[in-house]
Design a protein around this ligand. Structure first.
Ligand code: HAM
Length: 421
């Protein structure tokens, strides 16, 4: 039976087929996301993968609502798999923000589900690193979030030659719209046209804009101007002080598709333009208010970075490590009467933190040794009995093939612990 289209199987490396994904790479990416988040003082949170449908119909925008995996559950509730994390976060923080010192700096690595057309960089399920700051309205927080995106990507070995953060402003676009169109109700429609500008046939965009009484050429000129607003300039100055200027440029071609953004917004792209967005985010100051029915009003901002484009990009740039699961110690059981004694030793090695493997079933000695080599073990271990029927503990260092003999498990462990490993 096949898996569903747009979903992935994650196998340990080496991968058995080009159509599967690496569980090792996924683990590496998650670890890196976590490490850099912790370095920036973010705490981890999570929420449920299923939410009430209404959480998304409220303010995420038509595009994402059209992609929901929603259904009626057995209790007749309208529910959906989460397509993004931000509404869940807003709901969680609105409910209990009084318990936390502001600003709240939280991250999460949820698996998200969107019924999208499967294409390069877009699947029906992905893992998305989210980092958000809640309770800080100043542009220093926006800069902190952008710096985190940059440092996360740098931690994978990517440089300013590989990627750029295109920084824009939803509020600048709102202002642009309100000065030119009397019908304020249609602003989201306008944002959607701008969001699609780079992917859509210009003839279609021109027509859609003219239906709003807007000029395509004027829009193009506004984008080309790239003049930073005061707020964007202060973000740029903040990043410059950190030596991160090379990673960011003002680009009004970005506006973000989701409906809830209110201020600075950004997307990270590879410089060559071969991939879809690596990450995207921005400020969404009204979402907690909306989701809590006005009970909480917490200025908020953050971003999401998916694992799909990132993996493709790291693979293309040759920046993915190769993975294997080397056992430090491989225990050889050549005499089955010594299996139980060997298990006692294996348990002690593992308790002491050494990754240790062995053959579960009886196996010829040469096959066991071959397995130790395959696993790139640093040492083999085996038990023997001497002429006086006493146990002898033997450790062989595989790089030199030198073998040491010990008369007790304690001595064996002491030896191992004193070795570089
Ligand atoms: P988004 O732009 O919809 O934003 O998604 C963020 C990132 O998730 C994208 O740049 C991309 O890397 C990845 N992504 C999205 N959809 C897919 C897909 N179908 N397949 C693979 N990867 C995908 C949000 O979701 C916002 N909630 C982010 C945010 C957090 N804004 C503020 N805080």
């Amino acid at each position: 039976m096949d898996r569903l289209p747009g979903f992935r199987d994650f196998y340990p490396e080496p991968l058995p087929h080009k159509d599967v994904w690496s569980a090792d790479v996924r683990g590496y990416i998650f670890n890196t996301w976590r490490q850099v988040s912790l370095r920036y003082g973010f705490r981890e949170y999570d929420g449920p993968p299923l939410e009430p449908l209404e959480l998304y119909t409220l303010k995420s925008g038509d595009e994402i609502v059209a992609q929901l995996y929603n259904f009626t559950d057995k209790g007749q509730r309208q529910i959906s798999l989460r397509p993004e994390m931000t509404p869940t976060l807003a709901r969680m923080v609105a409910a209990h923000h009084g318990n936390y010192r502001k600003p709240i700096k939280w991250f999460s690595i949820p698996q998200l589900f969107r019924y999208e057309r499967q294409q390069k960089g877009r699947l029906r399920e992905h893992f998305q690193f989210n980092a958000d700051i809640l309770g800080d309205a100043a542009s220093g927080a926006d800069a902190e979030i952008v710096a985190l995106v940059i440092d996360v990507l740098r931690a994978f070995g990517l440089t300013h030659e590989d990627f750029v953060i295109r920084l824009s402003s939803r509020s600048a676009w709102s202002q642009y719209f309100s000065q030119r169109c009397a019908d304020q109700e249609r602003s989201y429609e306008f944002f959607q046209i701008i969001d699609k500008l780079e992917r859509e046939d210009p003839v279609v965009s021109r027509e859609k804009l003219s239906q709003l009484g807007m000029s395509y050429d004027e829009v193009a000129a506004f984008i080309a101007s790239g003049e930073p607003t005061e707020e964007l300039q202060s973000i740029l100055d903040n990043l410059a002080a950190r030596g991160l200027s090379d990673f960011v440029k003002v680009d009004y071609g970005v506006i973000r598709g989701l409906a809830y953004y209110t201020g600075p917004v950004f997307e990270a792209f590879d410089r060559k333009g071969n991939f879809r967005a690596i990450a995207g985010g921005g400020r969404y100051d009204h979402l907690t208010q909306l989701i809590s029915g006005g009970k909480a009003q917490i200025p908020s901002l953050g971003f999401g970075m998916g694992d799909v484009v990132l993996t493709e990009l790291l693979k293309e740039r040759g920046l993915l490590p190769t993975f294997s699961a080397p056992a430090q110690i491989y225990a050889l059981i050549e005499d089955e009467s010594l299996r139980l004694g060997t298990l006692t030793a294996i348990q002690s090695f593992r308790d002491a933190g050494f990754s240790t493997d062995y053959s579960l079933a009886p196996l010829k000695a040469d096959k066991q040794f071959k397995r130790a080599l395959e696993l790139k073990a640093q040492w083999t271990f085996r038990l023997e009995k001497n002429d006086a029927s006493e146990l002898v503990y033997l450790i062989k260092t595989l790089s030199t093939r030198e073998e040491q003999r010990f008369s007790s498990l304690e001595q064996t462990l002491q030896f191992l612990q004193n070795q570089p490993h």
